[in-house]
Ligand binder design. Sequence first.
Ligand code: C2O
Ligand code: CU
Length: 538
Amino acid sequence: MPDSSRFTRRGVLAAAAAGAVTASIVALGGWRVTRRPVLSPETGSGSGAQAGDALDRRDLAIPRLDTGTVGADGVRAFELVAGAGTSSFVAGTQTPTWGYNGAFGGPTLRAAQGERVRVVVRNELAEVTTTHWHGMKVPAAADGGPHQPIVPGDSWTAEWTVEQPAATLWYHPHNHGTTEAHVYRGLAGLFLIEDEKPPADLPLPRDYGVDDVPVVVTDRSFTADGAFDERRRDASGMLGDTLLVNGTVSPRFSATRELTRLRILNGSTARSYRFQLDTGPLVLVATDSGLLPKPVSVAGLTLTPGERAEVIVALEPGQTAMLRSVPHTLGLLSTTERASGTRDTFDVLELSRANADDSAPPGTASTAPATLTEMNAWVAAGGAFAAPLTDPPEPDVRRTVTLQDNKINHRRMNMARIDEVVTVGSRERWLITNEHFLPHNLHIHNARFRVYSIDGRKPTAELRGWKDTVYAPPSRTVIIDVEFGTSTDPHMPYMFHCHLLQYEDQGMMAQFVVVRPGETAGPLDTQAIGDGGSHAGH
Ligand code: C2O
Ligand code: CU
């Protein structure tokens, strides 16, 4: 077997000056292949959270649900404080971490379509950060991208009207040049959108933390003294050997109902996962930007960084199921596949349902718990979770997006440049081609899209719903039909970029403004450029 690791990671680290590590590793092709964790979870078995280990499992942490407070002005208001703290992921160790309203992660925010929401974000960190609402259609000034920096000690307020249907969105920092580090240190949370009026008999689990469960999957490496290892780096970024699910190592979830809805976010900065259930197919009910009209059964589900999916897991009393990430392909050369972590196997989450009386704890059920039989019968009788997915109409505008090493359309991110101008309401078809040999994906702010084709072929079931992030395999063309939000602002841009955050930070990002028909784009808001640009780290 050809070994791409003649340059071992430690060797490269030892040989390279600290500041130039990333570039050296990438240039040498010196991927890490050893997968031995520095620390082992709890039992000290020494093999990490790999499949097959008999580990002591911990109860899955459930991020606090925050529905904000609705004031006299009718606005649903939230407060987030970004700060530093300490977390214990592995017995006997303390890890310095960052979080919103806590030491790690962030609360799950929830609002409904049609509501006016306001979020005040305070930065108690020692450096500039931003908070972006990934997947949200928002006015550009409320987007929380690199043009909305929050200096230490300061607060920033974003306000908008939720214009999109039910979806599992998320929020995370987006300061140009430091996004990867800020997310890796722990700043990330879910933002759930509910439909204005879901059908009263909608047979989807929706009791948060009971049968509607967030599953934020991230991977980390630890240093010998228990800190997150930010220097451990592969071709595609920081690949960890230990999974944290909502911050829990080796998690288990005790189901109390027949159906459990998992809202899975790949919150990793670089790693992709292919999720499978050891008891049978996954029942997919939603992709990034919302519910499918009806459930579809899939053998597995690949999520690259930033992508989400909602699945339903059905368990009989006494039954246990393991959600795993299994070896998969990203369409790379085999050495690159290995270096991108696609050969790895992880136990992600053990789900088990007790035998005993498991009627819902009092006070938690807002609706009668659904069963698989009911769900299928409801759908068979014509019930739909969301509006039918029809083929997108012919586009008004076509754009080409090519991805090169740290570039989009051969240019690196420039905060002062408008790369694309979108006219509000126009239907756009984007042709995305990854011209690089490494894995990249594309995320577009203030938008949702449908995958039209991948290399001329119709997308598989897992890619047929509404999305905001899509994987772009090397040397292939992904065509998407994009629907943008309704806000316009000729002076403030949105981003589109690779969501493998190392690449985003290094410049694989570009800017677009949304204007009214006939409106001229630019000039960009110079205040924001001055603030954001001075913290770009390049
Ligand atoms: Cu999840 Cu531009 O970000
Ligand atoms: Cu990329």
